[in-house]
Write a protein that binds this ligand. Structure first.
Ligand code: GLN
Length: 220
């Protein structure tokens, strides 16, 4: 547990005075770039659990939805029994950090969708493979709101495009060529790109800092 400053009005420290409790963060490990996300979380100092079954959701402080193939992940969500409990956990406020295929799975509407199961919960319309094929993948540097230290290095790999925002609750955290590519809706942070491939951990660190026990929790 984080130590608190004696006498602080909220009973919680605004400045940590002891070691923070490392969060337990799950990585949905059905398909995709699971290893890259596990490595990024370990670099950020969290506990990490690969989640393959419904029991894996127990006790998590947050979950990462990796990039990969959203249709495959959707089918495996159903066959593993994770689809309904993960949907419920996210609807119940489990913080989520989602990249690329993860964004597709969370989107309330998907264009060019094949009818495989998705999670939903994020009020955006997303178009799969909007930037072209694998060969059209590219790296970029994004100015991300709330991420200090200059532009973040990311990769776009058969990336989806966020075509429309469906709620005032969706905040645009970064744009590319005037279009949203990183969005936040309350406890959900989702992006069309991959920061974990380039190894720039600052967006992930900003997400972790906003977890209920994290140093930036009070700033919300
Ligand atoms: N194009 C993939 C899909 O439709 C996403 C690609 C990725 O996650 N890098 O799921």
């Amino acid at each position: 547990m984080r130590a608190t400053v004696p006498g602080s009005a909220s009973g919680r420290a605004s400045t940590p005075v002891g070691p923070a409790r490392a969060a337990l963060v799950g990585v949905l490990a059905l398909q995709g770039d699971v290893a890259e996300h596990v490595a990024a979380l370990e670099r950020c100092g969290t506990h990490v659990r690969e989640v393959r079954r419904p029991e894996g959701l127990d006790g998590l402080d947050a979950i990462v939805l990796p990039g990969g193939e959203s249709t495959t992940i959707g089918r495996l969500l159903e066959s593993s029994g994770l689809l309904a409990p993960l949907r419920a956990a996210i609807a119940g406020g489990l913080p989520v950090f989602a990249t690329c295929a993860g964004l597709i799975l969370l989107s309330d509407e998907v264009i060019d969708h094949t009818g495989t199961p998705t999670l939903g919960g994020l009020a955006v319309t997303t178009r799969r493979n909007a930037f072209g094929r694998q060969i059209a993948s590219f790296d970029a540097r994004l100015d991300v709101r709330d991420v200090p230290g200059g532009p973040v290095d990311v990769s776009f790999i058969r990336a989806p495009r966020i075509e429309a925002l469906g709620s005032d609750e969706v905040e645009v955290m970064a744009e590319l060529d005037g279009r949203p590519v990183v969005v936040r809706q309350g406890h959900i942070t989702a992006m069309a790109c991959h920061p974990e491939v380039a190894g720039d951990d600052r967006m992930l660190a900003a997400f972790l800092a906003r977890l209920p026990d994290g140093p930036d929790a009070q700033a919300r």
